[in-house]
Design a protein around this ligand. Structure first.
Ligand code: PMT
Length: 398
């Protein structure tokens, strides 16, 4: 599975760097094209000459080649890679990756990488067990990075415990397994709306809602993990997708979201409308701040926003699917069925604010999926990630 894959092998300054030579050999033997990026302290443990001889490429350490001034583009490298493997990953590099400290070529490349990243920590047992290291590793996991747990055994310090970098053969097996996983959505383009919309009243105030984007981004991540090419048109949120391949287009208002969706939908196979879109917007937003002192109590006249889901439902071709959400507070199933029909959707995901662990802001949701034939499937409370998988499975059934 690794044949022809472009792999960045990141090497940092730990005694386990000697194992990276074997890892590099194994990757090259399997037909991967490997670009080594090493930190300055990594070079203290293993020489670039050995690594470039084995990879067949000059080893990159600095932002520039000193004698020619040639710039090594971390952005191009990040785009070139099918995977980035950092082995060994020291506590220092893990901390820099977790907090975006881009002071060397390796961390800068990591921050630019669009490909999946695999991190094989290697350090002494006390460093490994320290709360700051465990917190940093959790952060990397939350960004969607794959952690290849270190093994327990005798360490360079002669102490015995967890911290030995996993063996190169095992790292290669993890990569092999990753690239051979089923990708049932490969080749599918998915458009997802997420988050709230903000409708400006004046330069400092808006009409909005409590959506955090968690549900929509979970669907985006689940679809991307199964191979879909995902674009999220997102209202203002403070979260990011964990899958690096997910493209996010930020918008503010319902009209902006509508315009972007109309532009992108013709090139999409599936649209999932998870955003909580404001139905109304101020007719005449003030251009300067509405002042309390100078006016009577203002009356804000509202006009209807475009219904994005209905607009896509009206223009969809037979090979396109549009999935909507219904957020209800009463008469749930009847309202959801009515929206499914009126907006010409292929499926609707009903969630109700009467369910305590469902809806806005929670890490969980409780949904009922209703297809266009009227069949309803009720699910219990699950994490938004699990709900996302249920929705994706149902979309694949469509
Ligand atoms: O973001 P989280 O905090 O994780 O919360 C998730 C969520 C509660 C926002 C999500 O699960 C959800 O229910 N999203 C839809 C919210 C909503 O606006 O529902 P609605 O019943 O008002 O709208 C019905 C459908 O039409 C939705 O697919 C909506 O995106 C779409 N719509 C609505 C109005 C509009 N002008 N344009 C639209 O496209």
């Amino acid at each position: 599975m690794l044949s022809g894959k472009h792999i960045i092998l990141g090497i940092t300054g730990g005694i386990a760097a000697y194992k990276s030579v074997t890892l590099l050999r194994l990757l090259v033997k399997r037909g991967a094209e490997v670009q080594v990026v090493i930190t300055p302290s990594g070079k203290e443990f293993i020489t670039p000459v050995t690594l470039s001889a084995l990879s067949g490429k000059p080893v990159i350490c600095d932002f520039f080649t000193a004698n020619t001034g040639e710039w090594h583009s971390h952005v191009d490298l990040g785009l070139w890679a099918d995977a980035m493997v950092i082995a060994p990953a020291t506590a220092c590099t893990i901390a820099k990756m977790a907090h975006g400290v881009a002071d060397n070529m390796l961390v800068t490349t990591y921050l630019s990488a669009k490909a999946p990243v695999f991190v094989a920590p290697a350090m002494d047992l006390d460093m490994m067990a320290h709360p700051s290291t465990t917190a940093n590793i959790s952060l990397l996991r939350s960004y969607g990075n794959h952690i290849i747990e270190p093994a327990a055994g005798e360490l360079a310090s002669h102490l015995i415990g967890k911290g030995r970098m996993e063996e190169p053969e095992e790292i290669v097996r993890v990569l092999d397994e990753f690239f051979s996983r089923p990708m049932p959505l490969a080749g599918k383009k998915m458009l997802i709306t997420a988050g709230p919309t903000y409708e400006r009243i004046d330069p400092v105030r808006f009409i909005g809602n409590f959506s955090t984007g968690k549900m929509g981004y979970a669907i985006a991540d689940a679809a991307a993990a199964l191979g879909a090419e995902v674009t999220v048109v997102s209202g203002p949120v403070s979260i990011k997708p964990t899958q690096p391949s997910v493209k996010v287009i930020d918008v503010e208002s319902a009209r902006e979201m509508h315009a972007k969706c109309i532009e992108l939908f013709p090139g999409s196979d599936i649209a999932v409308m998870c955003a909580a879109v404001a139905d109304y917007t101020p007719a005449n937003p003030a251009t300067t701040k509405i002042k309390r002192e100078h006016s009577d109590i203002p009356v804000i006249e509202l006009v209807k926003n475009p219904d994005i889901a209905a607009a896509l439902g009206a223009i969809k071709k037979p090979d396109q699917k549009v999935v909507g959400f219904a957020l209800e507070t009463d008469n749930e199933e009847q309202n959801a069925r009515e929206k499914l029909q009126r907006k010409h959707l292929d499926m609707i995901v009903l969630n109700s604010l009467r369910d305590p662990k469902a809806g806005f802001g929670t890490d969980t949701n409780k949904v009922t999926l209703i297809d266009c034939a009227g069949n309803a499937t009720h699910f219990p409370v699950k994490s938004k990630q699990e709900v996302a998988m249920d929705i994706i499975n149902a979309i694949m059934d469509l």
